[in-house]
Design a binder for this molecule. Structure first.
Ligand code: FES
Length: 106
């Protein structure tokens, strides 16, 4: 099964299993990863599932859609590699994905 590693702001790694078809946000919530609040439940309407994509993985996760871009405006400390984790759906290609959790959510 594909895996995702969430890195907390203090450097703690949270490796979790993330089944194909599930979003990165869902895998975080199901495994109790701290810092991923996901208040809207994945509707791209809250920006509290904000993560930073590890540089090496940016080509595979791709660019945010327009709706996600708009919602990212509400996220805290947005960087060029910012994404909303509810908008990234797992597939075999993303096995090993590494994302960083921001200091705080919106
Ligand atoms: Fe609300 Fe991702 S969970 S935008």
């Amino acid at each position: 099964m594909p895996k995702v590693t969430f890195i907390a702001p203090d450097g703690t790694a949270f490796p979790v299993e993330a089944p194909t078809g599930q979003t990165v946000m869902e895998s975080a919530v199901q495994n109790g990863v701290p810092g991923i609040e996901a208040e809207c439940g994945g509707a791209c309407a809250c920006a509290t599932c904000h993560v930073y994509i590890d540089e090496a993985w940016e080509p595979k996760t791709g660019e945010p859609e327009v709706m996600e871009e708009d919602m990212l405006d509400f996220a805290y400390d947005v960087q060029p590699n910012s994404r909303l984790s509810c908008q990234i759906r797992m597939n075999e290609e993303l096995d090993g994905l590494v994302v960083r959790v921001p200091q705080r959510q919106a």
